[in-house]
Design a protein around this ligand. Structure first.
Ligand SMILES: Nc1ncnc2c1ncn2[C@@H]1O[C@H](COP(=O)(O)OP(=O)(O)OP(=O)(O)O)[C@@H](O)[C@H]1O
Length: 358
């Protein structure tokens, strides 16, 4: 595989027709060999960003796209050396698996022997050994996506672009393919950009994740950064489930109607909101000193590997608790909770609407 490439978008905006810009001017650097995931709700500009990198769209005047030191802003897709994988496979249905994979190599006039050798290696790589002669319509969805991946890699692209490649597959298959893809991307060390609206996929595959919101970058960071240190309410809400409880600050904690939540470095006697993840809330016996919040179970959902509880703690919204303990809890039961200090977040004040005042 080619040595890895860095990609830069400099002040890249995109406006379609006379409407509002689909993408505000963004700066984005993708490091050589990393998998960067573009994540966000429908219409936030993920695909547009990917298409700007591919050369399927061109930025508004002033925007520039760099591949390494090369300015590729005006180059069309076929001159950029990119491989693409789409949600709907985009395979040639009347050709065999092998012919599909060979297509780009044929256009590049690679000798037949080399093509055949490379097809075999690629089929191995995507775990489709021996299926080179199958017709596309004789394949499952997962197998089709493996062919699409092999076809994209066949021409040894400098960068791999993937647009929701797993979205059309059922949950189980998606997980298998996600694991294989993860392994493959690490092994190849190719620079890859991956678009998805699925946060689980983003977390699992991305070295870094870009969360997008209405044509802008809301946050860039490692999956851990995004999950544990969301930069805004939007990011906190989009990734996973977040509890919010409001109350009055005391030294070292937040006083809420049914107890306290640890909150370091706050000035006392102010209204504030603390946030924490459901899986960080501990259920503790009522009769020990450990309980810091007291609440009434409103409902429980057994989810197999964990149980989710909605607990009324006297705040506007119930607290959501997720536990892997094997207990059984009942609606109406009075329970004790505790949130460890390290799990409690406060958003940076400038991003925070409403609750925090100084
Ligand atoms: N060719 C086009 N002409 C006009 N508007 C477009 C075009 N392509 C995208 N848009 C608009 O630009 C905005 C961003 O679209 P984009 O496809 O990048 O979003 P997305 O985040 O990939 O969404 P999705 O997950 O639904 O694919 C949307 O409002 C969309 O309607």
């Amino acid at each position: 595989m080619n040595s890895s490439l860095s990609i830069k978008l400099l002040q890249c905006a995109k406006t379609f027709g006379s409407g509002a810009p689909a993408l505000e001017p963004i700066d984005l650097e993708i490091h050589p060999g990393e998998t960067l995931v573009l994540l966000g709700p429908s219409g936030c500009g993920k695909t547009t960003t990917l298409r700007l990198i591919a050369g399927l769209e061109f930025p508004d005047a002033g925007g520039r796209v760099l591949f390494g030191d090369d300015d590729v802003t005006d180059l069309p897709i076929e001159k950029r050396g990119v491989g693409m994988v789409f949600q709907n496979y985009a395979l040639f249905p009347n050709m065999t698996v092998g012919e599909n994979i060979a297509y780009g190599m044929k256009i590049r006039k690679l000798p037949a022997a080399e093509r055949a050798a490379r097809i075999d290696a690629l089929l191995d790589m995507v775990h489709l050994q021996g299926l080179g002669h199958r017709r596309i319509d004789q394949l499952s969805g997962g197998q089709k996506q493996r062919v699409a991946l092999a076809r994209a890699l066949a021409v040894e692209p400098r960068v791999l672009l993937l647009d929701e490649p797993l979205t059309a597959l059922d949950a189980k298959l998606r997980e298998t393919l996600r694991a294989d893809l993860n392994q493959l991307l690490r092994k190849l060390g190719i620079t890859a950009i991956y678009v998805t609206h699925d946060q689980g996929e983003a977390m699992a595959l991305g070295d870094r994740v870009v969360v997008m919101e209405r044509g802008k970058i809301a946050q860039i960071g490692t999956p851990q950064d995004i999950y544990y240190r969301p930069a805004s309410e939007f990011v906190a809400d989009f990734i996973g489930t977040m509890n919010r409880v409001s109350g009055v600050t005391r030294v070292g904690h937040l006083q809420i109607p049914a107890g306290i939540v640890p909150l370091a470095n706050v000035k006392p006697d102010r209204q504030a909101t603390a946030m924490f993840r459901p899986e960080d809330v501990e259920i503790v016996p009522l009769d020990t000193a450990g309980a810091e919040i007291f609440g009434d179970v409103m409902s429980t959902f057994f989810m197999g590997d964990r149980t989710r509880l909605l607990v009324d703690v006297g705040t506007e919204m119930p607290v959501i608790v997720e536990t892997r303990r094997r207990g059984v809890w009942h609606a109406g039961e009075h329970i004790g909770l505790r949130v460890p200090e390290h799990a409690v977040m406060q958003l940076p004040a400038q991003h925070f609407s409403g609750e925090t005042r100084s």
